[in-house]
Design a protein around this ligand. Structure first.
Ligand code: PEP
Ligand code: MN
Length: 342
């Protein structure tokens, strides 16, 4: 349920109502937008009398929310959420490109790629240290060492680091060392992990599961937000369909759908969705044109010898070309990439 409050609602009236609702076992979320102040009610609202609430003289309207996601719902929070990572904004007209290798392989590799992508406007560095590989015999990532090397690359370039968590036991290390914690497609519904991440004050990049609906993605975001962490960035990374020419099928329509349903920023991953470096540019541009708030792109200096996901990784040169085209699209859609000065 949401209450749209009148413009003249006083702080005392709002505070009294919030306290009364708390006594009724209902939590609230106050959202002061440009045009409206909205009090979102979270929990079991079945015992509340809608007519009584509408009769309060500082309440404009009372609406029941049908969707099971509340905190993530645009009805609760009409304005776009802007997530800020060390001075880099994403959402609400701010676009960011996250770039880097699938996996951290060595200090030279990650620092070199970080420098290259930074030069042409990437705002954040990606790189896997703990890798969710289908085969237990495939390269599993450098683990703790990978995190340390990412920190070295951050020190060298100033780029905040984004990396995937697979084990809730690693949360203290990630909280201390990492700027954005990525939840991979395979863990989108690891609800215990999501609940733990909800307790942090740290941005979370939540990827859509391989075969999950948009509503399920939003419910997973809800798990994180219900714990108090509202810094959630959603990522569409392709879903399983009958098509095999591409690794997955990029659901570009997820962008306008999520924008309608939710206020959270949406990022597109053209690398894992297509699986082929030659399709990365066109899908990146399409995503920017369709209203995405950012991209997460795999970039490798030597894709042929990459330890993971080489075929879908683009070179720093191709990335530089792509960034020029992305800026042209952003001009048309009225978004900007803003990066702090060094
Ligand atoms: C990744 O981004 O490194 C990754 C493994 O992606 P996904 O979880 O989308 O498969
Ligand atoms: Mn990868």
């Amino acid at each position: 349920m949401i209450l749209v409050l009148k413009e003249n609602a006083s702080k005392a009236q709002i505070d009294n109502l919030i306290a009364w609702l708390k006594g009724m076992g209902v939590e609230t979320h106050l959202s002061k937008g440009t045009y409206q102040t909205i009090l979102g009610l979270i929990g079991d609202t079945s015992g509340l009398d809608e007519d009584m609430l509408s009769s309060l003289d500082f309440v404009e309207t009372v609406k029941r929310i049908r969707e099971p996601f509340k905190n993530a719902n645009r009805k609760f929070h009409p304005d776009d959420t802007v997530v800020e990572i060390n001075g880099r904004k994403i959402g609400g007209g701010n676009f960011q490109v996250i770039a880097g290798p699938c996996s951290v392989e060595s200090e030279e590799q990650i620092t070199f790629i970080a420098g290259e992508v930074k030069k042409v406007g990437a705002g954040l560095l990606r790189g896997g240290a703990f890798k969710p590989r289908t085969s237990p015999y495939a390269f599993q990532g450098l683990g703790d060492d990978g995190i340390r090397l990412l920190m070295e690359a951050r020190k060298a370039t100033g780029l905040p680091i984004v990396t995937e968590i697979m084990d809730a036991g690693h949360i203290p290390m990630f909280e201390e060392c990492v700027d954005v914690i990525q939840v991979g497609a395979r863990n989108m519904q690891n609800f215990e992990l999501l609940k733990e991440l909800g307790k942090l004050n740290k941005p979370i990049l939540l990827k859509r599961g391989l075969a999950n609906t948009i509503q399920e993605l939003l419910m997973s975001a809800e798990y994180i937000m219900a714990g108090g962490n509202h810094q959630v960035i959603l990522c569409e990374r392709g879903i399983r369909t009958f098509e095999t020419y591409t690794r997955n099928t990029l659901d570009l329509s997820a962008i306008p759908v999520i924008k309608e349903l939710s206020h959270l920023p949406v990022v597109i991953d053209p690398s894992h969705s297509t699986g082929h470096s030659r399709f990365v540019a066109s899908m990146s541009l399409a995503a920017a044109a369709a209203g995405a708030d950012g991209l997460i792109i795999e970039v490798h200096n030597d894709p042929q010898h990459a330890l993971c996901d080489g075929p879908q990784s683009i070179t720093p040169e191709a990335f530089a070309e792509l960034m020029k085209d992305i800026r042209r699209i952003l001009e048309v859609v009225g978004k900007k990439i803003e990066l702090p000065e060094d």
